[in-house]
Design a protein around this ligand. Structure first.
Ligand code: FCB
Length: 451
């Protein structure tokens, strides 16, 4: 990676950002907690992972980082690094093992302790209600394909809100609707592993309906700072042809526009409807008022760009990804920091129009190794420096960017790719579960506690 790859320090300190700018770190329940502990019900990730061929080495989140038992040590790592906020997710299956009905008291108690643990350490809790661990009982009923998921989810949101809402600094219903819908129901890469256009079209709509219903349910409880988090990938045409440009534009519409336009414009991009309209639920247009229930802030998850070309099939969406020339992370994702400022500007200009914007995930995987008790990860430090530089530029231009969260605190279960894609600021030995802060954690600590 770049010429400064050997550096061990951040280019910025807290003082280079506005006084009210928040730094945070993010995780999710299934990726770290250990789903076999504490009376958690089965989720569709357990069953997806138990099906041969779906995940690397058949790995699952049964134990993960055992955060369920080690949460206090993990929150200490967040606090000691000098972060202001901790973004975590609540497992629907842990709170409601059957998806609805009887709550698991042990699960609710766990999140209660966790949130209090954050407050004791001066950390603002940023909660996500759904980071992909759908209760298997609801998957049996069709999961995101079933319109009823909107009220199942609203009921779950209300339950969580009643228990924790008074102490959450910010809450978002769904992490990354594109992954919930398209990646999981059209590309088949995540649970439930479907490759079906009708399933995808329904999930694309129901995930937003559920989002809107959950926002209203939490608003009715008096909760504040309710947000929307979507993921974005900078889509560039693979060559100069009109066909490649059209393919990149369609990719952008599916990935980067569908969800946020549903919420902020009460419509879906025409070029996507050209393929999905026959598969959409009847009367979907009547749901836009619910989908567009006002939110208080927007979160941007950003990692990479994609070069897009037509795939020659003529079958919607008829596009494919082409390998790009930029340096890549261990995920094979090109490093393209300019995309971050591009999306902050676009979200501000087209959608959020003055609402606070947060970067709610940004980070990289690298093949980090523990050598003599320490972990050198200069590429991660460089990656964070370059993305923070872009974030800063947007603030200098007067955009309301209010915070930046790094994915992730710990090396964890990277879904279908298992445990080898290490995204953490803290190294985890998956045999002993021992945590070791990497050089990037130390660099951030120096930057965030300076002065
Ligand atoms: C995001 C997910 C997160 C993690 C990172 C690498 O799409 O929200 O759980 O997998 O990618």
């Amino acid at each position: 990676m770049g010429e400064r790859a050997g550096r061990q320090a951040m280019d910025y300190t807290r003082a280079d950002f506005p006084a009210d700018f928040r730094f945070g770190v993010a995780t999710s329940s299934y990726q770290i907690e250990g789903a076999r502990f504490g009376g958690c019900g089965p989720s569709h990730w357990d069953t997806f992972a138990a099906t041969p061929g779906n995940t690397a080495r058949g790995e699952d989140g049964a134990t993960a980082c055992d955060h369920y038992h080690r949460w206090a040590e993990d929150l200490d790592l967040v606090g000691r690094a000098g972060f202001d906020c901790y973004r975590f997710s609540i497992s629907w299956a842990r709170v409601l093992p059957e998806g609805a009905g009887q709550a698991n008291a042990e699960g609710l108690d766990f999140y209660d302790r966790l949130v209090d643990g954050m407050l004791e350490r001066g950390l603002k809790p940023f909660a996500t209600l759904y980071h992909w661990d759908l209760p298997a009982a609801l998957a049996d009923l069709g999961g995101w394909r079933n319109r009823d998921i909107a009220h199942w989810f609203a009921d779950y949101a209300e339950l969580v809100g009643r228990r924790l809402g008074d102490r959450l600094a910010a809450t978002v219903p769904v992490n990354e609707p594109w992954c919930v819908a398209w990646l999981s129901h059209f590309l088949g890469e995540h649970a439930p592993g479907l490759r079906d256009i009708r399933a995808a079209a329904r999930a694309m709509h129901h995930v937003l309906l559920a989002h809107g219903r959950a926002i209203s349910a939490m608003r009715a409880l008096g909760m504040r700072n309710l947000g929307l988090i979507t993921n974005f990938e900078y889509a560039a045409p693979a060559d100069e042809s009109a066909e490649a440009r059209a393919a990149a534009q369609l990719y952008d519409a599916i990935y980067n526009r569908w969800f946020i336009e549903g919420v902020f414009k009460k419509s879906y991009p025409q070029e996507v409807l050209a393929g999905l309209a026959p598969h959409m639920p009847d009367g979907y247009e009547d749901d836009f008022d619910t989908i567009a229930t006002p939110v208080d802030w927007v979160g941007i998850n950003y990692y990479t760009r994609k070069l897009i070309a037509p795939d020659g099939t003529g079958q919607f969406p008829a596009l494919k990804e082409v390998e790009g020339p930029l340096p890549k992370t261990l995920m094979d994702w090109e490093i393209h920091p300019e995309g971050l400022s591009f999306f902050i500007r676009r979200v501000h200009r087209e959608y959020a129009k003055g609402l606070p914007i947060y970067v709610t995930e940004n980070g990289m995987a690298s093949p980090d190794r523990l050598v003599d008790g320490s972990v050198a990860d200069p590429d991660r430090i460089e990656f964070l420096n370059r993305h923070l530089a872009e974030a800063r530029r947007t603030i200098e231009d007067g955009l309301p960017l209010k915070g930046y969260f790094i994915w992730s605190l710990l090396d964890n279960y990277e879904w279908a790719l298992g445990y080898e894609k290490r995204f953490g600021l803290v190294h985890v030995d998956f045999d002993t579960l021992e945590r070791t802060p990497k050089a990037s954690w130390h660099a951030l600590q120096a930057a965030l506690t300076a002065g």
